[in-house]
Design a binder for this molecule. Structure first.
Ligand code: XMP
Length: 509
């Protein structure tokens, strides 16, 4: 088992970001809820206590038995984690009287502290807390302050326990990465050997042990996750992996053919299934977004099941599940309402009676991409934007017809190829076009037209949970709009979506 850092989550929006930063240092880490601490085995080298939207002063706020951890392993408390350490051992945490949000500078810094190696006086950090530590317990020493926060960081005498009241994991903390490296490497003594190649070797070995000579079936979507997962399984079992790639008639223009070619180029044993008509039939007359998702999910299962039953001796189902799908989230404000049901295209019912194998379930998306590149998967798959399982069906507002799909495919292709040609594709997290269910008046030559409106959407994001619209250059938008209206019959107006998430979502349905 690889050396690892244990991150105990108190529900902060930044917990996953801490984990990603630690992994960028080539150190493996796992996130566990604060109330489900795993056994402290030898491979765990240190503990990070996350932040939280709660206040340590509130009754019933997240709590844990710190005595069972303190002194055994290095501990770094971040914000709530630091306040919990201070409060539990006799310090005083109170609401802050002044603003402690946003940028601040570490005006006093104990440069002799192992936590601050290669960090500078005045280093910019990011604060985000309503409470502040007023008094530290006995034996806790201040090691950094800002002009308004006396206890910006502390260390417990005689042990490797630290607390910081700022967020080193966000990029606004300009030397935050140094601080995390200092904790993980200098203080926890981790060896930074967790690389993509190590992950690949260990995973392939594990897959060989688990699957043996059995056969595996796996649905591919054309996306990064399923492609990387399949390539790893292929390395382990070769011809015994049979992939199924379904054309649901809702993919991008030429995507089915192009991706199928890429898969074959990767040496994957893949069956392409043309099920377009089945999906169009199932979607006929359905306008409700959730209704469309359900119809697509059901049809996918039918098609996949039919294919899988043609194969003999299949015991395993491969899936491209990634870490954010399996992290047990800490729900501090009650379960969040389901806004949209995200059907996972690989999510198949129990009646198939297959055992599930998920080689990427410990990786974040950026880790998946790195592993993909280390496996020599072509950039057109590894670097592609996320694309929803229900595809263009949730970008055609209203009911779905093959004609509408065709129009949207043409529009989308002009937009996406335009982004690539203008070198804008890689600065955008996700982009696409939406076909609106309205017509508007236009004029072409001497003719009055009454045709469709399309919206273009391009967002920046880290994980899709929040997003902002990208400020694409006006000249670019102008050119794309012209190209679309001139080349796509049936469209006479193009608009650009300038809504952030929240309150909007990335998809329109
Ligand atoms: P929203 O629209 O919720 O989207 O802001 C966040 C991310 O999820 C994708 N998405 C889906 N993916 N099935 C999927 O596999 C779905 O039903 C679905 N709906 C949204 C969306 O493209 C974005 O990346």
């Amino acid at each position: 088992m690889a050396e690892q850092i244990l991150i105990l989550d108190f529900g902060s929006q930044y917990t996953q970001l801490i984990a990603r930063r630690v992994r960028e240092l080539n150190v493996y880490c796992e996130i566990h809820p604060f109330n489900k601490i795993p056994t402290l085995t030898d491979d765990i080298k240190g503990i990070i206590l996350s932040g939280s939207p709660c206040s340590v002063r509130d009754e019933g706020s997240p709590d844990l038995d710190l005595d069972s951890l303190r002194g055994k392993l290095p501990i770094l408390g971040v914000c709530y984690g630091a306040q919990l350490l201070a409060q539990k051992y006799g310090g005083n945490v109170a609401p802050s009287e002044i603003r402690e949000y946003g940028r601040a500078n570490l005006s006093h810094l104990d440069t002799h502290s192992s936590l601050f190696v290669e960090m500078t006086h005045g280093s910019q950090v990011w604060m985000s807390h309503g409470d502040t530590i007023k008094e530290l317990p006995e034996g806790f020493d201040i090691i950094a302050s800002t002009s308004s926060v006396r206890v910006a960081a502390f260390k417990v005498e005689g042990e490797h326990t630290y607390g910081i009241q700022f967020h080193p994991e966000v990029t606004h903390s300009t030397e935050g990465k140094n601080l995390l490296r200092n904790f993980v490497v200098q203080i926890c003594d981790c060896n930074q050997e967790w690389t993509s190649d190590v992950f690949i070797d260990a995973t392939v070995e594990e897959l060989i042990q688990t699957i043996g000579k059995d056969r595996v079936v796996m649905g591919l979507s054309g996306g990064v996750d399923s492609s990387v997962a399949a390539t790893l399984i292929d390395r382990a079992v070769g011809e015994n992996l049979i992939c199924v790639f379904v054309d649901n008639g809702l993919l991008r223009k030429n995507e089915f053919e192009e991706v199928l070619e890429s898969y074959k180029g990767l040496g994957l044993n893949v069956i392409g299934v043309d099920a377009k008509q089945k999906f169009y039939d199932a979607l006929k007359g359905i306008s409700d977004p959730e209704g469309k998702r359900k119809a697509i999910g059901r049809t996918f299962i039918e098609v996949f099941d039919e294919e899988a039953h043609k194969l003999e001796g299949v015991k395993w189902l491969g899936q491209g599940t990634i870490y954010p799908d399996v992290i047990e989230s800490v729900s501090v404000n009650g379960p969040s309402a389901t806004i949209k049901s995200h059907h996972n295209v690989g999510g198949l019912p129990d009646f198939m009676n297959l055992k599930v194998v998920e080689p990427l379930k410990t990786l974040f998306k950026d880790g998946v991409r790195e592993v993909g590149r280390a496996l020599d998967i072509p950039e057109n798959i590894v670097g592609r934007h996320p694309f929803p399982g229900p595809g263009l069906a949730i970008r055609i507002l209203g009911d779905i017809t093959p004609e509408k799909v065709h129009i949207l495919q043409e529009v989308d292709s002009i937009f996406i190829n335009g982004l690539k040609e203008a070198n804008l594709y890689d600065i955008v997290w996700q982009a696409g076009a939406i076909l609106l269910p309205i017509q508007s008046v236009g004029v072409m030559g001497d003719e009055r037209t009454y045709e469709q409106v399309v919206a273009l959407r391009a967002v920046s994001s880290v994980d899709g949970m929040t997003a902002d619209w990208v400020h694409l250059p006006y000249e670019f938008l102008g050119k794309i709009s012209n190209d679309i209206i001139n080349r796509v019959k049936g469209v006479n107006r193009v608009v650009y979506d300038i809504s952030s998430k929240p309150p909007a979502t990335i998809e329109w349905e």
